[in-house]
Write a protein that binds this ligand. Structure first.
Ligand code: ADP
Ligand code: ZN
Ligand code: ZN
Length: 730
């Protein structure tokens, strides 16, 4: 009789353990392979992690695997290692971490896509002069395609229309001459023109690329440090080209794909047919196909947002993390991972170079570059010879503002417009007004579920909570005393209205999360901005992202003061980053342009540093402060959060957790519990405990012991406990 074999399997359950199963003689699953198995009273999907000789369960009670789902492993061995580390480091159940690495359809047991059946892209294709009968479903399909102004996959079409169109139905419409189909690319619009040869590189760029490629096969981390427009992207692309030419795969991580459509276009033009793109804007089927194309190496360059990091890439040779300072790399719920940090770890596991690029690197990254743990590559000059813009402050104590705008700001805008250039006005608050209030009795429109004011959205005549989404119709008069209400504070919509009064004949656009909600809206806005001459764009931090606009003469920043005095650990750093990233939009085509910041505190050290214009010099004092207080990068932090439906029970649970943490703490400071900065969100109360240590290991020990305790003594079901290792907001 052949020897019995057993495997240890990861399952999508919030339990910190794996499960052992017996393999029937005909099944020999390998690590990384998906299997079906009985679990409790149901059937579920698991991923094999390893074979074991002796199962952890008595062999009489052990159950047998059901079936293999795929003929081969879908996850590679190095990726499994990365996932094991991720689960340990972030104190998250391994099964959830592993299953989470798969696209949702595969997690549920769907088959891999058949690479021989290409996905189609559909577009409307009707002659106007040929009237015919068109049913309502067909009409809705055609309207959606026309509105999208780009061919769509069936999945994307169904996302837009909610019609649940089947392929056969679309094919019938094509046969009637209503639609046309073309083969789809992999989550990426295929460019019509060829990218052509790359630009001649500057010596600095050539050196940077040579260094990176020289480390092929070694786990070297680079900081590619250069102001906006210094040619970092060109370095990524050329390094990627060389890595691809050697037969390797390349992973480029970007913070938010939806906000940077120009970058996708630039990459896919440079590497036609080789790019797979993975991001949350894709329909489920598109996502699965892009993932699988990357996994099979069909498309060797994967461009994606943070979760793309977990894609199996068997020949991976290079990882690039663009805008490494962007907080979007940190997942804020569930598994609280940081994609940049895990990218570096993946580089170690798979022995390959990792490039972190930014004009405004995080203090963590800069520290490591300064201490020599990362290689510091600098791009000092812009290839087009332009210089970064001068930064000046407008003192709002001297120059009063009306609806957010001071007279000198308006003057500077007039000058800029007169030169035929554009003004970018940045205000990091969307909506119309910050709050609706009654001067008579002091009533304020608050969210009934959160500790937050409702934001006024005048255009749709509603008040909205930006934390939980609660909305209600806008009222004109106070519900308490009946007096007329007043709009307090300025949001982008109000600023837009004010600007249209000051500049009635100038093209004016608004760019924020509300204005780009519709699919394709951001692309259209960006095109309009690039095409217009003199004009004004008002928007939130979306304006500061890596868009490339040739005619920006003035960047006006309306309100930074809250960032100067926030208690958040990273507020100062992030304010600097935002201002400098926004400043980077100015003066790209040979003319330096100007940055004007309205502030009531021009003498604040951060403001003085901004005027001096040197990011490296600005962060020096911030690093000193962190060193003195033992904060990252000189110390390690974790947050334990407890949230529940009632304030007392939540607080009691948090206190018990804190006691437990203190019991296990060795060289770890345990602070709290204290109410989270937003104590109540969406009717749940939140307490948090901060752990700080000068050594990573002790922090993890304390967390691990405490976690064991709470798994043995689980809290009531309606209370949630979560751990955030290396939190970025406190
Ligand atoms: P970054 O990513 O640092 O903002 P980019 O790589 O996007 O910089 O370069 C900024 C602009 O300069 C782009 O329009 C790019 O095409 C151009 N550029 C980059 N490198 C060169 C070069 N060596 N010669 C000429 N133009 C260049
Ligand atoms: Zn009132
Ligand atoms: Zn709310």
């Amino acid at each position: 009789m052949p020897q019995e074999t057993f495997v240890r399997v990861a399952i999508d359950r919030p339990l910190d353990r794996l499960f052992d199963y017996r393999c029937p003689p005909e099944l020999r699953p390998l690590p990384g392979q998906r299997v079906r198995l009985p679990f409790g009273r149901t059937d579920t999907v698991g991923v094999v992690m390893e074979s074991v000789e002796t199962p952890a369960v008595a062999s009489s009670r052990i159950r047998a695997l059901g079936a293999l789902i795929d003929p081969d492993p879908v996850l590679t061995a190095p990726l499994l290692e990365l996932l094991r580390f991720t689960a340990r480091y972030y104190h998250h159940p391994l099964g959830e971490v592993v299953l989470n690495a798969l696209p949702p359809a595969l997690r549920r047991g769907a088959p891999l896509p058949d690479p021989r059946v290409p996905e189609s892209l559909w577009r409307a294709d009707i002659d106007a002069d040929q009237p015919r009968r068109i049913g309502p479903r067909q009409q809705a399909t055609i309207d959606a395609l026309r509105e999208a102004r780009a061919p769509l996959t069936r999945d994307a079409l169904n996302d837009l229309t909610g019609l649940g169109l089947r392929r056969a139905e679309l094919e019938r419409m094509a046969a009637r001459g209503l639609l046309a189909a073309e083969p789809a690319a992999s989550g990426t619009p295929e460019p019509s023109e060829d990218g052509g040869p790359a630009v001649p590189l500057t010596p600095e760029q050539r050196d940077a690329i040579a260094e990176i490629i020289g480390q092929t096969g070694r786990p070297t981390v680079f900081l590619l440090d250069g102001v906006t427009g210094s040619g970092k992207t060109e370095v990524y692309l050329e390094a990627a080209a060389r890595s691809l030419a050697r037969g390797g795969q390349v992973l480029i991580l970007i913070p938010e794909i939806a906000l940077t459509p120009q970058l996708i276009q630039r990459v896919s033009r440079r590497f036609p047919g080789q790019v797979a793109a993975l991001h949350s804007g894709l329909a489920a089927g598109e996502r699965l196909r892009a993932w699988d194309d990357a996994r099979r190496g069909e498309r060797p360059l994967l461009l994606g947002t943070r979760s793309a990091l977990f894609t199996p890439l068997p020949r991976l040779g290079l990882i690039i993390v663009d805008e490494e300072h962007d907080p979007a790399y940190k997942q804020q719920d569930g598994l609280h991972y940081h994609a940049r940090d895990l990218a570096i770890l993946r580089g170690h596991i798979e022995s390959l170079p990792v490039v972190l690029g930014s004009a405004t690197p995080t203090l963590e990254t800069l520290e490591k570059a300064r201490s020599g743990r990362y290689r510091h590559l600098r791009l000092g000059t812009r290839p087009d010879g332009s210089r970064p813009p001068a930064v000046n402050c407008l003192d709002t104590r001297v120059h009063a503002t009306d609806e957010g705008l001071s007279a000198p700001m308006l003057d500077a805008m007039r000058r800029t417009l007169a030169q035929g250039r554009q003004c970018f006005i940045l205000l990091n608050r969307r909506g119309f007004a910050r709050v609706l209030t009654c001067d008579h009795c002091g009533w304020v429109a608050d969210c009934p579920r959160c500790d937050a004011h409702l934001t006024v959205h005048a255009s749709i005549r509603r008040s909205i909570c930006h934390l939980c989404g609660f909305t209600q119709p806008l009222t004109e008069s106070c519900p308490q005393c009946g007096q007329p209400l007043r709009h307090l504070g300025v949001g982008t919509q109000r600023l837009e209205r004010a600007l249209s009064r000051h500049f009635p004949d100038t093209p004016l656009m608004r760019l924020d999360r509300d204005s780009i909600r519709r699919r394709g809206a951001l692309e259209r806005s960006l095109e309009t901005i690039r095409a217009m001459d003199a004009g004004i764009v008002v928007g939130t931090q979306i304006l500061a992202k890596g868009h490339d606009f040739p005619r920006v003469g003035l960047v006006g920043i309306i309100d930074v003061d809250q960032g100067l005095f926030s208690s958040d650990l990273r507020a100062a750093e992030q304010t600097l980053q935002l201002v400098l990233q926004a400043a980077g939009r100015a003066g790209r085509a040979g003319d330096p342009g100007e940055v004007l910041i309205q502030t009531g505190h021009p003498e604040h050290p951060l403001m003085r540093a901004l005027r001096a214009g040197d990011y490296a010099a600005m962060v020096g004092p911030l690093l000193d402060e962190r060193r003195h207080s033992g904060m990252p990068p000189y110390g390690y932090l974790a947050l334990v959060r407890v949230d529940g439906p009632g304030p007392e029970a939540t607080q009691r649970q948090a206190e018990e957790m804190a006691r437990e943490l203190r019991r296990h703490a060795r060289e770890v400071r345990v602070l709290g519990p204290a109410p989270a900065p937003r104590h109540r969100v969406n009717r749940r109360y939140r307490e948090q405990i901060l752990l700080a240590s000068s050594r990573r290991a002790t922090l993890h020990h304390t967390l691990g012991e405490t976690r064991r305790h709470w798994e043995e003594h689980p809290p009531p079901r309606n209370l949630r406990i979560s751990i955030d290792v290396d939190p970025i907001t406190l």
